[in-house]
Design a protein around this ligand. Structure first.
Ligand code: URA
Length: 202
């Protein structure tokens, strides 16, 4: 069993917050254990809760399309969420739930050790950069605590909004170039990010 698989065992049996009472199953995350790119969403929805896999509903199908547009598939990247259990009715997770899940995402980042973390939507953005607004920072590459971050709108938000859809398409189209910039210029230090707002715009 890999360390990541051992972490999944902890996640699916976790009872650290009230979401364990309403979930069908936890959704740890999936993808390449040594992926260069980690995508971080908000939390599981109905379908994810049923199947135990991240981003498999309508937003997930759109995410697959976006990945395809830059010649990637799910198995090339790593996909997970800020919270691993579905908040009832798809409400936003509350701070206690986010805090209870925090060690899991920190450990996933440490184990996968991605070159680039792509935050999907405002909720994921604020986990890493609490003060920032998605409309201002989307499409920018930043560095914090030895890691690189790139922010895009959430696929669910962009799915039915023509303007946002164009923006997320464009922001995804830049990901290969962003990754190239990181590979060429900046050595990545293997350290978990401190969730502070001390980001730097490139
Ligand atoms: N939205 C998310 O943020 N995560 C999922 O896994 C599915 C939908």
């Amino acid at each position: 069993m890999t360390e990541l698989e051992a972490l999944y065992t902890q996640i699916i049996t976790c009872e650290s917050c009230g979401l364990c009472k309403t979930r069908t199953q936890a959704v740890p995350g999936e993808g390449a254990e040594n992926a260069e790119i980690m995508f971080v969403g908000e939390g599981p929805g109905f379908h994810e809760d049923q199947q135990g896999r991240p981003f498999i509903g309508a937003a997930g199908k759109f995410l697959d399309e976006l990945l395809g547009s830059i010649s990637l598939t799910r198995s090339d990247v790593y996909i997970c969420n800020v919270v691993k259990c579905r908040p009832p009715g798809n409400r936003d997770p509350v701070p206690e739930e986010v805090d209870a899940c925090r060690p899991f995402l920190l450990r996933q980042i440490e184990l996968v050790d991605p070159k680039l973390i792509v935050t999907l939507g405002r909720f994921s953005l604020s986990w890493f950069f609490p003060r920032d607004a998605i409309g201002k920072v989307r499409g920018s590459l930043r560095q914090m605590g030895g890691r690189h971050y790139y922010h895009v709108y959430h696929p669910a938000a962009a799915l039915h909004n023509g303007n946002l859809r164009q923006v997320i398409n464009d922001d995804f189209a830049n990901i290969p170039r962003v990754l190239e910039t990181i590979r060429e210029d900046t050595p990545v230090v293997a350290a978990a990010p401190a969730p502070t707002e001390q980001g730097r715009l490139f």
